[in-house]
Design a protein around this ligand. Structure first.
Ligand code: DOR
Length: 446
């Protein structure tokens, strides 16, 4: 007995597929057949009709905070995984700013062990420095032997340039990707939102947008210096990824670095391509509009959209950052930074980017599945006979809105509750299991 997913619009840019067809999956979760049109059926096959739905490689979110260990009141590995499935993700990479910080093989082993029975793959990003304090480096060699692919001190950033130079040297020796949260802290202390007319009107301390590019520029110069003077093996060129990029100046720096041939990539979040500091200004309750980097100015949002369209931006990542109500329902200058994002990412990408014609559906899948896996050097998801079945089913036409009751994350801190979205992830198939995020009566004729 197999399961046949038929009449699906199959898109897999990795395998160059874009047609209406069928996938036959074995009981143990392997692709037995994938063809344009319909598969031959046996009487005991289970048929799932996907008329009008997309079947795409499992989405991967390369930037999430699941808060376990240490802050399970906000999110656990289990609740975060449920939110991921509801959003159509079959894998996520977890940032190490838990309590304690994941700065040792023990922390990596803890997450790996607990991830085994979860429906999604959890990749562990190791801390760049011990306790993410920016001083002593974490044990990169041990990280590598535990299968870690990247290091980051996300949420903060190494301010000391000599220490950052060492990060690049050691990370490239162990072939680890360096993921940077670009923020020059000397410019952002006590600041809450983008510095500009709206921060002035609200009387809130502003984060000057240049604080992102200042750090990015430093890092790119360190990389150039290392490549020119300190590299013994050209195969060890540093690989650098800019987390949640949010300004025109930063995007111009990435463009220039790519043109030079540096191994630089960047991601954007749905909230940074959707909202601006004016939305924060107009919001009656501002906590869920507070995050780092802050919501951009109109000009920076326009630059983000341009960089998504011209291919400068390589990936969409949510920066899923759960916080409890008491940490968000408070004056903006006391709110914790960050919002949840897994469950609205597909809807926002289709509504804000695909519907207005900024990118195609196929490019959206590259940004949300193919490229994050490439950047982290994970195995590609090929749609071919004998490969593991790992895919996401999306209804590109469904109009819907997320409600607080429907949220699967343990936290509900999102500015997108009640916002009308077009396009929704409705199921994933991974690890031999079919998980529906919404009821099958509405979506599948089985
Ligand atoms: O808004 C944010 N929240 N930005 C970050 O970089 C960290 C995150 C968190 O951990 O809450």
């Amino acid at each position: 007995m197999s399961t046949i997913f038929q009449n699906a619009h199959i898109i897999n840019p990795q395998s160059n597929l874009d047609y209406t067809g069928s996938i036959r999956v074995s009981v143990d979760g392997f692709i037995e057949e994938i063809i344009q049109g319909e598969c031959d059926k046996s009487p005991d096959d289970r048929i799932i009709d996907l008329q009008g739905k997309l079947l795409v490689p499992g989405l991967f979110d390369m930037h999430c905070h699941f808060r376990e260990p240490g802050q399970e009141y906000k999110e656990t590995l289990e609740s975060g995984s449920k939110a991921a499935v509801a959003g159509g993700f079959t894998g996520v990479a977890l940032m190490p700013n838990t309590k304690p910080v994941i700065d040792s093989p023990l922390g990596v082993a803890y997450i790996r062990h607990n991830a085994q029975q979860l429906p999604v793959d959890l990749e562990v990003i190791g801390a760049m420095s011990e306790g993410s304090k920016g001083e002593q480096l974490a044990p990169y060699g041990k990280f590598r032997s535990y299968g870690v692919k990247a290091v980051s001190d996300d949420g903060t950033a190494i301010q000391n340039s000599q220490n950052m130079r060492l990060v690049f040297q050691y990370a490239s020796n162990f072939d680890l990707l360096v993921i940077q949260h670009c923020e020059d802290k000397s410019m952002t202390a006590e600041a809450v939102m983008n510095e500009g007319v709206f921060s002035t009107k609200l009387g809130l301390k502003g984060i000057p947008d240049v604080s992102e590019a200042v750090m990015l520029c430093r890092d790119l110069h360190l990389i150039r210096y290392i490549v020119e003077h300190e590299l013994h093996d050209p195969a060890n060129k540093p690989r650098y990824h800019v987390a949640h990029i949010s300004t025109k100046a930063s995007l111009d720096l990435v463009r220039q670095a790519k043109a030079e041939g540096l191994q630089v990539t960047c991601e954007v979040t749905p909230h940074h391509f959707t909202l601006t500091d004016e939305d924060l200004f107009n919001a009656p309750s501002k906590g869920n509009f507070i995050m780092k980097p802050p919501l951009p100015s109109k000009k920076n949002r326009a630059a983000i959209l341009e960089a998504i369209a011209d291919g400068t931006i390589d990936a969409i990542a949510t920066d899923h950052a759960p916080h409890a109500p008491h940490e968000k329902e408070c004056p903006p200058d006391q709110a914790s930074f960050g919002i949840i994002g897994l469950e609205t990412a597909v809807g926002l990408t289709i509504t804000e980017l695909v519907e207005p014609g900024i990118i195609t559906l196929s490019r959206a899948i590259e940004l949300m599945s193919v490229n994050p896996r490439k950047i982290l050097q994970l195995d590609p998801l090929l749609f071919a006979q004998g490969e593991r079945a790992n895919f996401t089913i999306i209804d590109p036409e469904e109009e819907w809105a997320l409600t607080a009751n429907a949220v699967k994350s343990k936290s509900t801190n999102t500015p997108f509750l009640g916002r009308k979205l077009k396009g929704r992830a409705i199921a994933v198939y991974h690890k031999g299991m079919f998980h529906e995020s919404v009821t099958s009566q509405e979506h599948f004729s089985v």
